[in-house]
Each structure stands twice: as structure tokens, then as C-alpha cells.
Design a protein around this ligand. Sequence first.
Ligand SMILES: NC(=O)c1ccc[n+]([C@@H]2O[C@H](COP(=O)([O-])OP(=O)(O)OC[C@H]3O[C@@H](n4cnc5c(N)ncnc54)[C@H](O)[C@@H]3O)[C@@H](O)[C@H]2O)c1
Ligand SMILES: [Zn+2]
Length: 364
Amino acid sequence: MEKLTVTLGERSYPISIAFGLLNSPDAFLPLKSGEYAMIVTNKTLDSLYSTRVKSTLTKMGVKVDEIILPDGEQYKTLAILDTIFTALLEKNHPRSTTLIALGGGVIGDLTGFAAACYQRGVRFIQAPTSLLSQIDSSVGGKTAVNHPLGKNMIGAFYQPISVIIDLDSLKTLPVRQFSSGLAEIIKYGIILDYDFFCWLEKNISKLFEFDEKTISYCILHCCELKAKIIAIDEKETNGQRALLNLGHTFGHAIETELGYGSWLHGEAIAVGIVMAAKTAELIGQFDNNDTKRILNLLRQANLPTKGPAKMAAEAYLPHMMRDKKVVNNQLNLVLPKSIGNAELYTNISHEVVLKAIKQCLHTD
Ligand SMILES: NC(=O)c1ccc[n+]([C@@H]2O[C@H](COP(=O)([O-])OP(=O)(O)OC[C@H]3O[C@@H](n4cnc5c(N)ncnc54)[C@H](O)[C@@H]3O)[C@@H](O)[C@H]2O)c1
Ligand SMILES: [Zn+2]
């Protein structure tokens, strides 16, 4: 088993990575006999994985309940959050309870926010099951729900007490979802780690073949990169964590405009990364050869590299101006400088952004 720590003083927590962890009582420590836990999951994951989590917790003497939510990004809402609170209250869950997020990023974000609010804060464990949630959303304590006017606009920074990554769960993940996770993996290479980007260029086909060693290393490395950033900038205040937003200002515009759940998060981010690279090229900060390498890798990951046909370039900016990085009506964007290195640029001209977007649209 691989183990690493997100170092945040008294809120530090372990990330455990191995095959079969959902069956392992050790993975669920420090839960102990007599304590309450509530598994929060969705219909899809319930049928696949709830039984093993319940059986592990029951063996430990934990009193376990479960709430099964509908599956999809469109359910990452305040209304669904309320159903979690109702379930907790109906089953008399005390302040010492622990919520267990069993699912992808949607379940993780919802459960984390519910844990931050229920009785002013209870413990929660991330048990991420999608590739995207294993390498990104389960680590770092960003929790949120969507609002019709903007993605992830209502939420809290709230850290889990542990992250349990059972690599077995990837075996049931649909391949389109696997690709979606690869977008965030490629993003790490572009913003932080040139060598890892090269490693991905060499090993992407092995990831699709589900080579166990390759997958394990990839997930461990991404978690290490994210944990390092969280340790130095937990609440996105000194510019380090903001780098993880590469492609997200454009990508969130796509997700919001099309309606949540229509394009997958990683698909929107893939296009957003290309738009960011084009913007950086237009302001003379990025080499076109590097854009080509990025395009090539995204294509190998079966990700889109052009914006949705039905979304005009002009439709992006109103959404982008609602981004959390907008200050005093100025558009601030994370852009790549070279592969392995990105920066937050302030007050980017709307004309340049529009031009970059237009270069990344379907022309047919
Ligand atoms: N909090 C953060 O730091 C952070 C970071 C990145 C993304 N996010 C959020 O994460 C969400 C996207 O996460 P996601 O891509 O995991 O989407 P998701 O949670 O919707 O999961 C994708 C789909 O795969 C299914 N699934 C998950 N694991 C499975 C498995 N093992 N077997 C079969 N099916 C499985 C889910 O039921 C769902 O239908 C977005 O809401 C995004 O905003 C949050
Ligand atoms: Zn993301």
C-alpha cells in the first residue's frame, strides 16, 4: 500500500492507495466500534461498492447508515444537500458521526459540504471511485454545490480526515469517465512537472490497458503533487493553489452554458487547457510547439480539443467574468508559460481571450 500525508498541522490527513482498500478495516481507522457513520453515495456506486464498505464497517462495530442519491452533476445542488441533512437527522446521527463519500467528485463535493455544515461540522472520509476524484477532487478540502448561475459557487474549505483510494474501483469506471480524469492528470504535468508530462506521453496507452503498476504510480504521483500544493496554499490565498485552475475558467463556462452534466468536467477542462494555451500563445508567452504536444496528448487520451459546436465564442466571457479569480471586473487567468510551468496572469484583455476561443471552436 502507498501512503502519503497532506500536511496541514492538526488537520493533516493520510491518503492511502492500494487495490482492495474498501475491504480493509485498517483503511477506515480511526473509526471505531460504537461510532456512527453515514455512507453517502449514488445509485450506480451503491450497487457496486456499498456492500463491501458496509461489511467492513460492520465488522469494526461501526453503526452504519447509507443515503443513496441520484447520479449526476445536475444533482450537485443545495436541494440534494438538504436530503443528506434530512437523512442524518432522521437517523439521529450525532456530532461524532462520520460521513463517508463513496463515489466520484460529485459525491465527494456534496458530502464534504454536508459534513462542513451538519451540526456545524462533522468528520468525513473521502473514498473516491472515479479516476478524477482519486487524483484531484478527494484531496484538498474544496467542497461545494453548483448554483444555476455558476459552478461550485456555494461551498466551504473543509478537509477530510482521510482519503481511501481503492484502485479496484477503476475496473468498473466507464472509459469516457477514465478519459475525463486524464484531463486533470495532464493538467498536473503542464502546470507543475515537465518530466511527468513526458512520462504521460510515453505511458498513456499503458494507462488505458489498465497496467496496474502504471496506474498506481500515476495516481500516487498526482496525489503527491496536489498534496504539496495544498500544504503551502490550503485556501488559495498565495497563488499556488490557483495554478490548479488551469483551463477551468474556460471549462466552467462550457459546463455552465451547456447545463451541468452535458459535457463531463474533464472534457470541458481539456478544451479549457487548449484555450489557455492559445491565449498564452497570443500574448507571446507560450510556444506553439508546446501547444501541439498538449493537443497530441489530449487526443491520445480521447479528449475533445475544440469547444462545443453549439456554443459561440461570445457566450464564454459572461460566464468567465463570474469566475472566482475575477477581481474589480478584471479577468485573471492561469496560463502555461512552458510545459511544466504556469502562472496567474492578471487583467487579460477580452479581445485576446475571444480570439483564442475562436481558434478553438468547431468550424463545421
Ligand atoms: N473539490 C475539488 O477540488 C474538485 C476538483 C476537481 C473536480 N471537482 C468536481 O468533481 C466533479 C467531477 O467528478 P467526477 O468526474 O468523478 O464525476 P462524477 O462524480 O459525476 O462521476 C462520474 C460518473 O462515474 C460514475 N462512477 C464513479 N466511479 C465509478 C466506478 N468506480 N464505477 C462505475 N461508475 C463510476 C459516477 O456514478 C458518475 O456517473 C465535478 O463536480 C467537479 O466540479 C472537484
Ligand atoms: Zn477540475
